[in-house]
Write a protein that binds this ligand. Structure first.
Ligand code: GLN
Length: 271
């Protein structure tokens, strides 16, 4: 699977260059008169929100441990970090659950204020949205049934590969193995169900949810891969730089004071 690794690596490198490129800039279009050294609560509040006074996060809440339902409530790393950002900005917080594939459109059309869904920064997505600084990382993992003849990424050729529609796992595998290899599901859980029913041969999905799926479903295991790390960040409409800057300032404070790490540690236990 050298091809996949190299393709991914170059996308990631391009992505991080673009991220750096748009990270520290000052925007001519904002009419802020604030002083340089601002904190989250002091940043320019001249941003647009879908609902006044509320920060609305678009997500797909079937991606444990980043976002998932506990009863009626959506919990997880993104849900908690998103709420902490809203608190810092003095805003109410709302989550809008939708298909992963719809998040970028919801954000760029202003129906939601930010997309937070364990979303990987990719050059293609950066054409449609701007990303915050990175707050977590992931790696694509391969889940197979115990005893599968797939023992390394090279064995994926000719197999039925299950993915969550529109995710990086979908994009990379489609590139490398072609349309006919792909079975796409709107939720990761549906892909896992198809795998346990023998309808597909493997599922390619981010490592943290992969771990949760394998814990919850007997008879599945994760293959070690040498995939490059992906950066997770928050997506914003391209014309809402003021909001991106305010969230970046809040997120920066939450990263620096250890809040983000303690939220991650609550949901992902290192072993
Ligand atoms: N990190 C992957 C991506 O951005 C998967 C995200 C998800 O399924 N929520 O495509």
């Amino acid at each position: 699977m050298k091809k996949l690794s190299i393709a991914m690596l170059s996308m990631l490198l391009a992505g991080s260059m673009l991220l750096t490129g748009c990270g520290g800039g000052n925007d001519a279009q904002t009419t802020t008169d604030d002083q340089s050294d601002s904190t989250a609560s002091e940043t320019n509040t001249d941003y647009k929100l879908a609902v006044d006074g509320t920060l609305t996060m678009a997500t797909n809440a079937f991606f444990e441990p980043y976002e998932y339902y506990e009863g009626e409530e959506i919990v997880g790393i993104d849900a908690e970090v998103g709420k902490a950002i809203a608190d810092k900005l003095g805003l109410n917080f709302a989550i809008s659950d939708m298909e992963f594939d719809s998040i970028i459109t919801a954000v760029s059309s202003g129906k939601a204020d930010m997309g937070m869904a364990g979303m990987t920064v990719t050059p293609d997505r950066e054409k449609n949205v701007d990303f915050s600084r990175t707050y977590a990382t992931g790696v694509q993992s391969i889940i197979v049934p115990e005893g599968s003849d797939i023992t390394s990424p090279d064995d994926l050729a000719g197999k039925k590969i299950g993915v969550q529609q529109g995710t990086t796992g979908d994009l990379y595998c489609t590139d490398d193995f072609g349309e006919e290899a792909m079975s796409r599901y709107s939720k990761g859980t549906d892909a896992i169900m198809a795998l346990t029913q023998g309808k597909i041969d493997c599922v390619v999905i981010d490592n943290a949810p992969a771990q949760k799926y394998v814990e919850a479903n007997e008879g599945l295991k994760i293959l070690d891969t040498a995939y490059a790390e992906e950066d997770y960040a928050i997506a914003f409409a391209k014309d809402n730089t003021a909001l991106k800057d305010a969230v970046d300032a809040a997120l920066g404070e939450l990263i620096e004071d250890g809040t983000v790490q303690s939220i991650i540690d609550k949901y992902i236990t290192a072993d």
